[in-house]
Design a protein. Structure first.
Length: 296
């Protein structure tokens, strides 16, 4: 049985559709259809029921999926173990991080690493969620989180402070305000409801309607700079924006943490170790900015 056939089978089983599998595999819809049709023909077994809602596993497909998952895990584990023995300071590193860190913070650190290790090729993948490093979707994660996955190893670099910010124009128009609720607020949509800052807003501003909801912090930053209202922002974004003013002292309840993580099997790969060590030293050099201790 060809592993590539199992790979296509697993992608369809996980996505529940040909189009979803095609996106995962980086191929077109018709390629996935042809591969599945040929696979089922060779096995003389139907693996999926074609339903209006998508592709559902048959009894045979359900029996196959557990074994295919085990093969997938073994191949991924072998890939990581072999990569972990790579002693060369060259080759690719895929780094996943949040858009806010890429937009306002990481650029100089990545540039400095490239100057130090020009033989290592960096690929930056921006995502709000943790990529699955065990499947080599990425090699290293630089992420704000209070609860890093147990499957990854690495280190906490520092805290990430948050504070409410507003533009100078907004403050001139609004005038003196004593109560938090008297401000016009910008906040998070449901996709970011897990953030400590979103929880803080629900607790302290329960009845306040928001002038703007956004699914990322760059959207809130743009709204605050434009004078729409007050936005809770990381200090490394708000403090360096000349048109914004920090309104209140730091509140540890809305802080996060910055973690540098990789998979255990990759930690001894020379280029991964070089990247982890370099970035840990470089980023912690900006600890005061990240922890809100050096407002502009």
């Amino acid at each position: 049985m060809d592993w590539d056939d199992l790979r296509y089978f697993l992608a369809i089983a996980r996505a529940g559709s040909l189009s979803g599998a095609a996106r995962t595999l980086g191929v077109n819809h018709s390629t996935v259809f042809r591969r599945l049709h040929a696979f089922e023909a060779r096995l003389s077994v139907r693996l999926f029921d074609r339903l209006a809602t998508g592709y559902a596993l048959t009894v045979a497909g359900d029996d196959m999926v557990a074994s295919a998952e085990q093969v997938d895990q073994e191949i991924n584990a072998l890939d990581r173990r072999l990569s972990g023995r790579d002693l060369k300071l060259s080759g690719p590193i895929v780094v996943t991080t949040a858009d806010t860190l890429a937009y306002r913070f990481l650029g100089p650190h990545l540039a400095a690493f490239h100057d130090e290790y020009p033989g290592i090729d960096l690929e930056l993948v921006l995502a709000t969620e943790f990529f699955n490093l065990s499947k080599r979707q990425a090699d290293v994660a630089i992420r704000p989180t209070l609860s890093p996955p147990d499957t990854l190893v690495g280190r906490r670099l520092c805290g990430i402070a948050f504070a409410p910010y507003a533009s100078k124009e907004y403050l001139k128009t609004k005038g003196p305000v004593d109560d938090l609720a008297d401000h016009r607020w910008l906040g998070f949509n449901d996709s970011l409801s897990h953030l400590a800052a979103a929880k803080w807003m629900r607790e302290n501003l329960p009845a306040t309607s928001l002038a703007l909801r956004a699914n990322n912090l760059i959207g809130l930053l743009s709204g605050a700079v434009a004078g729409m209202g007050v936005a809770p922002l990381p200090c490394f974004m708000g403090d360096v924006e000349p048109n914004l003013t920090r309104l209140y002292p730091l509140d540890p309840k809305i802080a996060s943490e910055l973690w540098l993580l990789t998979h255990e099997d990759l930690r001894n790969t020379a280029r991964i170790r070089a990247f982890m060590d370099f970035m840990a030293t470089s980023i912690t050099g900006d600890r005061d900015l990240l922890e809100g201790l050096s407002p502009a």
